[in-house]
Design a binder for this molecule. Structure first.
Ligand code: PEP
Length: 255
């Protein structure tokens, strides 16, 4: 595998953390620390922080993402946010199918697929999250689970569009638990995702897709995880809320 074919992307997923004032403070701390980054740097923030976040990163190399979007353009969907609302603001990325959305808010592969297609149609770059539960790993069906998610989440997405899509491999047992997959486990599944993409599309397309690892990645383990051939970056939860830790991961991605 040739990593130079792909852009490394380090994206923070802030989840339900940081008020607008706190977001301003955190991004003001992050931007100078990552200004020489040799990778794409993204902060995916709560909807109410988007406006201030976009203002703070103006003129910097940090891009802003949302944490979800709806598939309809507008209508009676109380509490939802459309792709057009995000693009008009200048948002570039959107996290979709995060395991917390799947676990707590009834997200399914079908709705992840609808959101992914809507995001791509609007010009947003989706970060589509896939990953197995602990008992699925213990039952030795990790590859089955991942292949199913990839096939369903990307159903009807063209090769051209899949190249604009980021896949985040996030073993559910490693998210927010402090338990990280070993670098070999992360590589094994990221390589499997790429092989699955090659079967669904072709090798050239699969080689162009950025595949991140996510799950308790931090400044202590990022070097090893990011050194793996098929791990093109990270989706970072907890460590993205501490400027120095996030910046250290960004630095590791540039090595
Ligand atoms: C995440 O929210 O996508 C994530 C990987 O969280 P954490 O880094 O805290 O495990």
């Amino acid at each position: 595998m040739d990593k130079t074919k792909r852009k490394a992307i380090i994206a923070g997923n802030w989840k339900m953390n940081k008020t607008p004032n706190e977001a301003k403070e955190l991004l003001n701390a992050i931007t100078p620390l990552v200004k020489d980054a040799d990778c794409e740097v993204v902060a995916c923030v709560p909807y109410v922080d988007l406006s201030v976040a976009l203002e703070v990163v103006k003129g910097t190399n940090v891009k802003i993402g949302a944490e979800n979007c709806h598939w309809e353009k507008s209508g009676a969907y109380t509490g939802e946010i459309s792709t057009g609302m995000l693009t008009e603001m200048g948002v570039e990325y959107v996290v979709l199918g995060h395991s917390e959305r799947r676990q707590y808010f009834g997200e399914t592969d079908e709705t992840v697929n609808k959101r992914t297609k809507a995001a791509l149609a609007a010009g947003l770059k989706p970060i589509v999250c896939v990953g197995e539960l602990l008992w699925e790993r213990e039952c030795d069906i990790t590859e089955e689970v991942i292949a199913r998610q990839i096939k369903l989440d990307l159903f009807d997405v063209s090769a051209e569009d899949v190249k604009k899509t980021v896949i985040a491999y996030e073993p559910v047992w490693a998210i927010g638990t402090g338990k990280t997959a070993t670098a070999d486990q992360a590589e094994e599944v990221c390589a499997f995702i790429r092989a699955t993409l090659a079967k669904l599309y072709d090798k050239e397309t699969a080689d162009a897709v950025t595949i991140q690892y996510g799950g308790s990645m931090n400044d202590g383990n990022a070097d090893e995880l990011l050194s793996k051939a098929d791990v093109d970056g990270g989706l970072i939860g907890g460590a993205s809320l501490v400027a120095e830790k996030f910046a250290a991961i960004v630095k590791a991605a540039g090595k």
